[in-house]
Design a protein around this ligand. Structure first.
Ligand SMILES: [Zn+2]
Length: 505
């Protein structure tokens, strides 16, 4: 109802204000146009400001060069100004559609293979799923190879291959001493990375690496393990972002350590994930409040990746996602099967009791996220896909739905996935917003994501339009660096990869 009313309004305004023929013309998938105009769009600009429109967005040389208001009040107040669709070499008709900044995936892994001998046939499958999901930038936190990720970043920047822009944050990896940590930071800086990801580090190593990273100007993403350090170390040492959530409730446990059973073994993943589901309940609310306040003061952002733990609270949901039927690569499918040798594939004997604890765990976690933002904290958005039944791209949209479940309103959720992520990357002066002078990373969405986040899923969702059930198109156009890509076309290409791999099985 709400959607059809808005569509009607948009169409009515367009009818009076936009005399030129509203049609998409001249757009070639994957080819940089001259002057591109996205015509008659309602925009959500990524700053958290409300939707507005209709507007024409002018894109030239990979940048947003003009945003022209087409609403009756603006038109009466000074006409449409120079340019607009009339002067377009190429036009995308966005009538009835919403235009957002390209989404940024702030916690992602670029994968060509899963586990032993499980090839995805190169990076194309992963990259196209991301792009088709409206993701135009990715913070890659832990790649298959340091040099390979930098190489891929360069090829993507030159549009030699199709996919989002990459920010490379390789792992600190297996360093044994503070001196080795410093040397590793220096090596990565020389390689030209954008930041560093740390996971499971001891305090002396973390102190040395953060100090060195600050000296050479590299940002730090910390996947805190259940280990010596916790959020207090991140607060003290100046970590850019805490990934996931471990380390935050831990820092608020009065005894300083979760009450594990005596036979708990951290390297047994079933143990680890089972008891993780009983972690938030041990956090003392007062202490937690002071941890969150201190994170805000120290500028430590939070990228929660709620989607990647969702199987723990609802295994059947995770195992039966509708896009698996057409788009799940057989190697990924194999990798997801419960097997203690595959990271995250720990669901052996997973019980209703585990799920009930995890549901409570989520409620407390979501409340903490809300508190963190209320205090002024920066929340980002990432999917961590390739593990635990989460597929590339789909995982990020699911993450947005979970932000909604946590109580954030859609305008804020879009902000989490665009301008907040740009801030975490240190790219907020040119990425993550629809703003003149900014990089032309834009998505033209078939539907209103403020009403239904599911319209962002690649392959769309079902909706009622003009009294008929239809399949929507997802992000119909994804524009990265000014180059338009057609979402449905990318998904046909993904399906062809999957069909071919299934034939070989
Ligand atoms: Zn990860």
């Amino acid at each position: 109802m709400v959607l059809s009313r808005i569509l009607w309004t948009v169409a009515a305004i367009a009818a009076v204000s936009a005399p030129m023929t509203a049609q998409t013309r001249g757009v070639v998938h994957g080819q940089k146009p001259g002057r591109l105009v996205i015509h008659n769009a309602i925009i959500v600009d990524g700053s958290g400001a409300p939707a507005r429109g209709p507007v024409d967005i002018v894109v030239e040389n990979g940048l947003i060069t003009n945003i022209i208001n087409l609403d009756p009040v603006s038109l009466r107040g000074g006409g449409r100004g120079r340019g607009g669709a009339a002067g377009a070499d190429v036009q995308i008709d966005a009538t009835g559609k919403y235009v957002l900044p390209g989404l940024i995936n702030a916690h992602a892994h670029l994968q060509s293979t899963r586990g032993q001998n499980m090839s995805l046939g190169g990076y194309e499958y992963n990259l196209k799923l991301w792009l088709a999901s409206g993701i135009t930038s990715v913070r890659e936190v832990g790649s298959e190879s340091d040099t390979e990720i930098v190489n891929n970043r360069e090829r993507l920047a030159k549009a030699e291959i199709v996919g989002p822009r990459i920010f490379a944050y390789p792992m600190l990896g297996n360093v044994k001493t503070p001196a080795e940590a410093r040397a590793r930071v220096q090596y990565l800086k020389k390689l030209g990375v954008d930041g560093i990801k740390i996971l499971g580090v001891e305090r002396d190593i973390m102190t040395a690496m953060e100090d060195e990273a600050r000296k050479v100007g590299l940002r730090v993403a910390h996947h805190v393990g259940v280990e010596e350090t916790n959020a207090w170390d991140d607060i003290k040492l100046g970590t850019t972002s805490i990934e996931h959530w471990y380390g935050i409730p831990d820092a608020a446990i009065p005894d300083g350590r979760q009450h594990f059973p005596s036979d708990y073994n951290y390297l047994n993943e079933t143990d680890r994930f089972r008891w993780a589901g009983r972690l938030w309940r041990e956090a003392d609310p007062k202490l937690l409040d002071s941890v969150l306040t201190s994170m805000v003061r120290a500028n430590v952002a939070w990228v929660p990746t709620m989607d990647i733990y969702e199987a723990s609270r609802d295994l059947q949901r995770a195992q039966n996602q509708p896009w698996f039927r057409e788009y799940l690569h057989p190697s990924l499918e194999n990798y997801f099967k419960p097997d203690p040798a595959n990271h995250g594939s720990y669901f052996i004997g997973w019980s209703s009791t585990d799920e009930a604890y995890w549901k409570e765990n989520y409620r407390l976690w979501m409340a903490a996220l809300r508190d963190f933002e209320r205090k002024g904290g920066v929340i980002g958005c990432g999917d961590d896909a390739g593990f635990i039944y989460e597929m590339y791209g789909f995982g990020l949209i699911r993450e947005m739905e979970l932000h909604q479940e946590a109580g954030f309103q859609p305008l804020k959720i879009i902000q989490h996935c665009t301008s907040n992520n740009a801030k975490i990357l240190g790219q907020e002066d040119h990425l993550g917003r629809i703003k003149v002078g900014y990089t032309a990373d834009l998505i033209v969405v078939d539907g209103n994501p403020l009403e239904n986040i599911k319209v962002l899923y690649a392959g769309g969702t079902n909706a009622i339009r003009d009294g008929k059930e239809v399949r929507t198109l997802g992000s119909e156009w994804i524009i990265k660096d000014g180059i338009p890509y057609n979402g449905p076309q990318l998904m046909r290409e993904v399906k062809a990869i999957v069909d071919k791999a299934r034939m070989k099985q």
